[in-house]
Structure formats: C-alpha cells, structure tokens
Design a protein around this ligand. Structure first.
Ligand code: ATP
Ligand code: MG
Length: 200
C-alpha cells in the first residue's frame, strides 16, 4: 500500500485545489523555504488523523484553513473550510475488503484497490467542525484509526518522521528507545490491552 495522491484544498498555503501525485517507491519534494513542503506533510497528518502525538504545526485546527492574509492582517467573514484527501493505492491488498467494510460501517464502500481518506475542517462564526470520510462515506476518527492500524500506521508509530525526531531518539534513554521498538514491532498494542484487562 502506498499514497498515490494527495489533494489539498484551501489547506494552509494551498489556496487552490492542488493534486500532488506520489510514486510507489520514493518521492522527493523540493522547493524554496516557505514554499509549502512541510505543509504537505502536515496535510497527510491532518487527513489521516495522525496529528495528535506527532505534532502538526498549528495551534488550532482552524489555523490550517488557507488564509490569504497569512503574512499580514486577516479579515474575512463567513464560513471557511479546508480539506485534504489522501488517496491510497491498496493494489497489493494490504487492507482487505472486510477491513474497509468494517471501518466504513457499510458494504457500500466501492473500490478498495484505491482507498480515499478525506478530512475537512469547517469554521463558522462561533465554532468549528471536523469531518472524516472513507471512500466518501462519513466516518469517525476511530474508524480511520482502526483501518490504518491494520496497515501498521498509528499516531504513536514512526510512519512519519518529523524534523527533530532523529535527534530526540538519539537523546532518549535505552528504555525509551525500547518503547519505540515495541511500538513499531506491534508489541505495545498488546501491552496496552494487557494493562486494560488488568485494570478491569
Ligand atoms: P522550509 O524549507 O523552510 O522548511 P517549507 O517549504 O517546508 O519551508 P512550509 O513550512 O511548508 O514551507 O510553508 C510555510 C508557508 O506556509 C509560510 O509562507 C506560511 O505563511 C504559509 N502558511 C501556513 N499556514 C497558512 C495558512 N493557513 N494560510 C496561508 N498560508 C499559510
Ligand atoms: Mg519545512
């Protein structure tokens, strides 16, 4: 499984609908400082709901919405919204149909060779809302989490290695480093379940 395409719409510096294709093996994104490279990674974290522990670079969710006056004054009424879609190529069947059906809560999930995960954040005058979609069906974050966990993608995992992570790992104690290995190897999940079971 790999990311096939990212579609950013009014997300951070992407004020126009922008499609970014990804290769199967390796994709490098280059560009001048401030051109939006890291915003692309933020888009992936945002859409896949991985942001909580891996630190998306925004104080609040609504800061992720494209703001034409980002560098200066901001003044715009009405509703604003941002959306990021991650299109996964699941041609190798990493996620089987049953897993996708289970996450979407319906058998009308369409194609599972290509899986679309989309998140929207919408700001109204006095509040904001966030929505997740799996193959265009409205789902909860937990559904996305459960699905991605089947492919070994978790918020605690190191699927996304952020700036500073490597230095942090070097400075960790041996025990902390062991916890990361447990997490990546999938042992941590069972440790957590064991703890829950004892607590009950
Ligand atoms: P570097 O090479 O320095 O790491 P980068 O390519 O990673 O740069 P980003 O951090 O992705 O750059 O992009 C930063 C730019 O995104 C800044 O110019 C900032 O003004 C803009 N930006 C961030 N949030 C928004 C927003 N909500 N609306 C419009 N522009 C935004
Ligand atoms: Mg950057």
């Amino acid at each position: 499984m790999h990311i096939k395409e990212l579609v950013l719409d009014d997300f951070k510096s992407f004020g126009r609908k922008t499609r970014i294709p990804f290769y199967e093996d390796f994709t490098v994104i280059t560009g001048p400082n401030g051109s939006g490279k890291s915003n692309i990674i933020d888009g992936v974290l945002f859409a896949l709901g991985l942001a909580r522990t891996r630190g998306i670079r925004a104080e609040k969710l609504t800061d992720l919405i494209y703001n034409p006056g980002h560098e200066g004054d901001t003044d715009h009424g009405g509703q604003r919204e941002a959306s990021v879609e991650v299109v996964l190529n699941n041609g190798d069947g990493t996620l089987d149909r049953a897993q996708v059906v289970n996450a979407a809560g319906t058998d009308k999930v369409g194609d599972v060779e290509e899986i679309s995960i989309r998140r929207r954040v919408k700001e109204t005058d006095d509040n904001y809302y966030s929505y997740y979609y799996l193959n265009d069906r409205s789902v909860n974050l937990s559904d996305i989490r459960d699905l991605l966990a089947q492919a070994g993608v978790t918020p605690e995992g190191y699927n996304v290695v952020m700036q500073g992570d490597v230095t942090e790992i070097i400075n960790m104690t041996a025990f902390q480093r062991r916890e990361i290995i447990d997490e990546i190897a999938g042992v941590a999940e069972f440790d957590a379940k064991k703890e829950d079971a004892f607590a009950e």
